[in-house]
Design a protein around this ligand. Structure first.
Ligand code: FPP
Length: 249
């Protein structure tokens, strides 16, 4: 039986978020520069997208560029932006054919003009698609997103569009960049690091974490299936006790 066949297709996480880490270390091991690792990392993106399609995952969020990544050497930042623009431009037809919808979360206004334009155009071309929704976190950080939500809500209260007693989880979530997207049930981080790195802090309140030593360029479809199987072996209690979960299932 293949790993994919072992997955209970009716119980796959609807939304998987991934912190793709380890490109630089992978490249170093090959005696190459960091950008080489990012380039090969794109092949892993293709792999997990295909894996998500096969395993019935509806939303796949990939942490492609954080607000902190601007602090990297200019050559790496420029290379990453070029890679994003070219990859999306080259792949958008194929993504569209495969019924993939591609969108972004993060501060698009802070991206180079061509990168922002490419992302908006890809979204425009694919927004009607009903297959996997691929969400790229670009110039994203959870603290930025949360502060933005707080500012928007404060402004709505100040201008009388909302009263302070109306402020609740629902209206807060409507101000997040993930508005309308269900919270991830599973978060994967590759490369052996056990950190969240400012990613989806609100949305992961009840998310299951899966950490693997595998470096991102080596992470393939099969590894995604292994993470899903591991997730399916867990009991999600949401603050309740086992007996309550059994009774409700
Ligand atoms: C982290 O590895 C990786 C990134 C900051 C960039 C990830 C981007 C890609 C794989 C390209 C994505 C392309 C598309 C189209 C989504 P690292 O550089 O921090 O690795 P290290 O920890 O080993 O140094």
């Amino acid at each position: 039986m293949s790993t994919l066949e072992k997955i209970d297709i009716n119980n796959t996480p609807k939304h998987i978020a991934i912190i793709m880490d380890g490109n630089g270390r992978w490249a170093k091991k090959q005696g190459q520069d960091r950008l080489f690792g990012h380039n090969i990392g794109v092949e892993s993106v293709r792999e997990v997208l295909k894996g998500a399609q096969e395993a019935n995952v509806k939303y796949l969020t990939l942490y492609a560029f954080s607000t902190e990544n601007w602090n990297r050497p200019k050559e790496e930042v420029d290379g990453l932006m070029n890679l994003l623009v070219h990859t999306i431009s080259n792949e958008v037809d194929e993504l569209n054919k495969n019924n993939v919808c591609i969108s972004t979360i993060g501060d698009l206004d802070g991206l180079p003009g061509d990168c922002k334009a490419e992302m908006l155009s890809a979204y425009d071309r694919t927004k009607q698609n009903t297959g996997v929704h691929l969400i790229l976190a670009l110039n994203y950080s959870a603290k930025w997103e949360l502060m933005n939500a707080v500012k928007n809500i404060t402004q709505k209260v100040e201008t009388g569009q909302l009263t302070s007693s109306e402020v609740n989880e629902e209206c807060f979530e409507n101000e997040l960049t993930t508005k309308g997207i269900p919270d991830p049930e599973l978060l994967i981080r590759t490369s052996g690091e056990h950190r969240i790195s400012n990613f989806l802090l609100w949305q992961i309140a009840y998310t299951e974490f899966y950490f693997t030593e595998i470096l991102w360029p080596d992470f393939k479809r099969e590894n995604l299936y292994e993470a899903i199987l591991d997730y399916q072996s867990r009991e999600r209690r949401f603050g309740m006790v086992s007996e309550q979960i059994e009774k409700n299932s």
